[in-house]
Structures are given as structure tokens and as C-alpha cells.
Write a new protein. Structure first.
Length: 268
């Protein structure tokens, strides 16, 4: 894979022209940023910014405008900052505006044709696509156990996609002895080369047993069947080595800066 070409395609197709999987979401652009605004429980974010040549005061005005726009929406949101974004002090300015820096993630991409998509599930583990509301509940329960917190919003996004044709999101649950032990989803960005992997959570007692690898391969097969040629993942440090062994390459590093306008003391 030519990583420079892959990064250019990722910037053009995913960051600058996002295709939300939620019908309640809309894409907005004012020239300086591209953002996704969702009236439901889905993704609210600034996906791309073009701030080159602006003064510090102008950059601060752009940031303040996003704080105000998402404040109208009244939901938590993030600014997805990537290595190479300008100005060089953008991260500092985002924090000064009241946003919180979250842990770095590696943007990793693989050409699906280069991946081994054989069924590699450990003995006793079966993977199935989520097709019913009860299976959506299982996906949410696994995420709650694997990551902590409440992942009801993810369940709502996967649940709404059950009746979509063609689907934009497919949830997957891994079961051992009939009990859900891992789950994730693949988002199908129709009109682009990319499908993306999200979640991939495994309950503690089933970690380091090959379930994560099997979950990646299963979702890659879904993406290949839908006609996509590339897979993209925002990888945490724990999953990055596994993905590298599978053939994924790092394009850049991203970090979300988040703000919840409902939190006391949040900027408005």
C-alpha cells in the first residue's frame, strides 16, 4: 500500500466528505470546517478543518463558532484532530476553548485483498451478524462490560440500521457457549473506498485468546462482500500491534478533543 495515496484518499473521502450512518445526522461545512451534526444519539464531530493562513484570533473564532453550533444541538461532540492539522498550536487552542484532550489513536488502513479473511475463531466461539433487537442488546451489554460506561447510544445506531438497505452499519457478536463475549461493528461508507471498524470489545475473561482477530476478519469479510477495498480503524494502543500483524498500516495519529455542553461549567 502506498501510504501517501491512502492518506490522501482518507482525507478526501472520510474527513472532508463524511457519510453519516445515522439518518438523523447531517453534514455541514462553512469553508473552515466540515462537521457532522446529529439530532439523535449518534456522532457529533468536526471531521476536518482548513485553517491554514489564518491568524490566531481567526482560528479562535472558528473554534468558538463550533462550540456555539454544537451548543445549539445540546449534545456531546468532538473535534477530530490529526497530525499535520494546522496551525501547529491548534491542540492548545482547543483546550483553551474548553475542550478535553482524549487519548491518541492510530489511524490504520489495510487493503482488504491483502488480509487473510479465513475464519479464525477460537474453538467454541461463533460470530454472527446482528439481525434482531435482542442481538443489539447483547452487543451493548458486551460493550458495557468491555469498556465500562453506558453504550446505549451505539445500540440505537446499530438498531436503526437493521432495516436499512443497503446497510450502513453491521453489528457483530461473538458467542461462547451461547453467551456474548465480544462485539463490534463495521460501518459501510457507500460512495467511498472505505469501510471502518469500530468497537471490537472483548469481555475480560476472553481476552488474548484470538477473539479480537476473528472479529476483525469477520467484519472484513462483510466489507469485502459489500464491495469495499479498504478497511480503516482508529486503533487504541492495545489493538494496534494485533492490527499490524494482520497487515494494517498506520497513516497518521488522531486524537479527539471533546466537549459536553450539558456538563456543569462547559463552554457555551
Amino acid at each position: 500500500m502506498d501510504t501517501d495515496l491512502a492518506l490522501a484518499a482518507y482525507d478526501a473521502q472520510i474527513r472532508r466528505a463524511p457519510r453519516p450512518d445515522d439518518p438523523a445526522a447531517s453534514v455541514e461545512s462553512d469553508g473552515a470546517v466540515v462537521r457532522v451534526v446529529c439530532d439523535g444519539p449518534g456522532w457529533n464531530t468536526v471531521t476536518w478543518s482548513g485553517l491554514a493562513g489564518m491568524s490566531g484570533a481567526q482560528v479562535d473564532e472558528v473554534i468558538a463558532a463550533q462550540v456555539a453550533r454544537f451548543g445549539q444541538n445540546g449534545r456531546a461532540w468532538e473535534w477530530k484532530h490529526h497530525d499535520g492539522d494546522v496551525p501547529v498550536d491548534l491542540a492548545v487552542r482547543l483546550v483553551a476553548a474548553g475542550l478535553t484532550r482524549e487519548p491518541d489513536e492510530a489511524v490504520m488502513v489495510a487493503e482488504i485483498a491483502d488480509l487473510d479473511l479465513a475464519d479464525c475463531a477460537p474453538d467454541g466461539v461463533e460470530l454472527q451478524d446482528v439481525r434482531t433487537p435482542a442481538e443489539v442488546d447483547d452487543l451493548v451489554a458486551v460493550h458495557d462490560l468491555a469498556f465500562g460506561g453506558d453504550h446505549t447510544a451505539i445500540g440505537q445506531v446499530v438498531g436503526r440500521a437493521l432495516d436499512q438497505e443497503p446497510p450502513t452499519v453491521v453489528g457483530v457478536v461473538a458467542r461462547a457457549d451461547g453467551r456474548p463475549v465480544a462485539a463490534g461493528r463495521v460501518e459501510l461508507h457507500h460512495g467511498t473506498e472505505f469501510a471502518s471498524l469500530w468497537g471490537g470489545g472483548t469481555v475480560p475473561q476472553w481476552r488474548s485468546r484470538g477473539v479480537f482477530r476473528a472479529l476483525v476478519a469477520h467484519r472484513a469479510r462483510i466489507a469485502a462482500g459489500a464491495g469495499f477495498c479498504c478497511l480503516q480503524v482508529d486503533a487504541a494502543p492495545t489493538s494496534r500491534p494485533i492490527l499490524e500483524r494482520l497487515g494494517f498500516q498506520t497513516l497518521t495519529v488522531t486524537r479527539p478533543f471533546t466537549l459536553d455542553p450539558t456538563t456543569p461549567g462547559a463552554s457555551t
